[in-house]
Write a new protein. Structure first.
Length: 451
């Protein structure tokens, strides 16, 4: 089965896009019909113009991934569209990559799914942490290939790799050394981030992480929840908070973490958006971004955002995969958010709720675009966060006591504040750790009765 979305001019050229950025996408599946939607989106995210597509349903060919006849068809399509790259939505082995490339016009690059994802990550890595994670993923991708080359060289007792270029066994050792060094640096960064998370908690903030697949609308939802708060007012206490979060119709617009402050009715919340999940990621790639996922694993609450405009089966698959990722290490409660309900026809939301009740028993339905349901989501966040404690302190009227009252306002929710001639009474709710610190600060003041 094949299809095409060729976009060449009448003479077969694409004047506006360099040849090396024009691509034909291809995919092989064992059964059923190959869906090229996601690989096309990934290609666009990496900056390619998809000028053709090809798919095949058959068992994997050890030499070419596709059948030889389909490779010939791929070669013809590349020539017809003057493409400079073939992007294969499969995990293509080094032998297969070399063999496919040998059948294509000279200079055409063969890129598999994971190489494409790494290319996108590399383009979006704007921080030291993100750059290290991308480099780690690239090295983990290359390591088994280097090991295969070493094994072949030993077996044949000669250098080289079936025409793939000379190979030095020291390459494998160097890759392992680099992996170890990067892991050490990422561990150091992770320790600093954990200390920063604890500082935020000590300041009275609850930490809420947004998780979900790319293009589920996490960044748009984050902007909606945080839109009413000026982050700059806390720049001295939290200099790492970002004032914006990208929201574009493109995969992987968020690679690192973005944190913004959002206000609920009583509680101050820090929202963190991070890299989106994507289907069929290998374990080595997920592990490479483990330190980014720590923002999810170590949150007080996770909002799992799902695109409700997708078909039920696609939503189910993504929910199940997300749960596998989240519940592996996460202990915080997870609230499922059905986003993009503005795209649904009447009755469709109820049908999807019913069909997905086993994997999303009590979702919150919202439209980050229009704001529908966001108030209900705020209420749900407060309900699901760890319980606060109530406390009542009676303090002597003094400058130190007024400073403590101000501190309680900043770190908790004051229900009532009353003054008498020589004392102030503060009834408030806060995290247990904040209540304990408030009691300690109160005890250090001049003696006062506590009812």
């Amino acid at each position: 089965m094949t299809g095409s979305v060729e976009g060449a001019n009448a003479d077969g050229t694409h004047e506006s896009v360099p040849r090396e950025r024009r691509a034909v996408v291809a995919k092989r599946v064992d059964s059923g019909n190959a869906d090229l939607t996601e690989i096309t989106q990934l290609a666009a995210a990496a900056g390619y113009e998809v000028v053709g597509e090809l798919s095949q349903t058959r068992t994997e060919d050890a030499a070419f991934m596709f059948g030889e006849g389909k490779v010939a068809e791929l070669r013809d399509r590349v020539r017809r569209t003057d493409a400079g790259a073939v992007i294969v939505d499969n995990d293509v082995g080094p032998y297969q990559t070399f063999n496919i490339g040998g059948e294509l016009p000279e200079g055409v690059e063969v890129i598999d799914r994971f190489t494409l994802i790494l290319e996108i990550f590399g383009q979006r890595a704007n921080t030291r942490k993100a750059q290290l994670q991308v480099e780690l993923a690239e090295l983990r991708y290359e390591l088994p290939r280097a090991e295969a080359k070493a094994s072949l060289a030993k077996r044949d007792e000669r250098p080289g790799f079936m025409g793939l270029g000379e190979y030095d066994e020291s390459v494998e050792r160097d890759i392992k050394r680099q992996i170890s060094e990067i892991q050490d640096e990422l561990e150091s960064i992770a320790e600093k981030e954990e200390a920063r998370r604890e500082q935020r908690r000590d300041s009275g903030f609850d930490l809420v992480a947004l998780a979900g697949y790319t293009n589920a609308g996490k960044s748009t939802l984050m902007r909606r929840l945080a839109a009413e708060i000026d982050v700059d007012e806390n720049v001295d206490r939290h200099p790492d908070l970002d004032t914006t979060a990208e929201s574009q119709d493109m995969l992987f617009t968020t690679l690192g973490t973005t944190t913004r402050r959002a206000a609920m009715e009583k509680r101050d919340v820090l929202l963190t958006d991070t890299v989106g999940f994507i289907a069929d990621l290998p374990h080595w790639l997920v592990e490479s971004f483990e330190s980014t996922l720590d923002s999810v694993y170590r949150a007080d609450l996770v909002l799992l955002v799902v695109d409700a405009s997708e078909p039920v089966e696609a939503m189910r698959e993504k929910l199940v995969t997300s749960h596998d990722t989240l519940y592996e290490r996460n202990e915080a409660p997870v609230v499922t958010v059905f986003n993009k309900v503005d795209r649904l026809v009447p009755g469709e939301l109820a049908d999807k709720r019913g069909a997905l009740s086993g994997v999303a028993p009590d979702p919150v339905a919202v439209s980050a675009k229009t704001g529908a349901g966001v108030a209900e989501l705020r209420d749900r966040v407060e309900d699901e966060l760890p319980d606060w404690e109530r406390e009542r302190l009676v303090l002597p009227v003094s400058d130190e006591a007024m400073s403590l009252v101000s501190w309680i306002h900043d770190h908790g929710h004051v229900d009532e504040e009353s003054y008498a001639s020589d004392q102030v009474t503060v009834d408030f709710e806060a995290k247990p750790s904040i209540v304990a610190r408030a009691r300690s600060k109160a005890a250090a003041l001049a003696p006062a009765e506590s009812p």
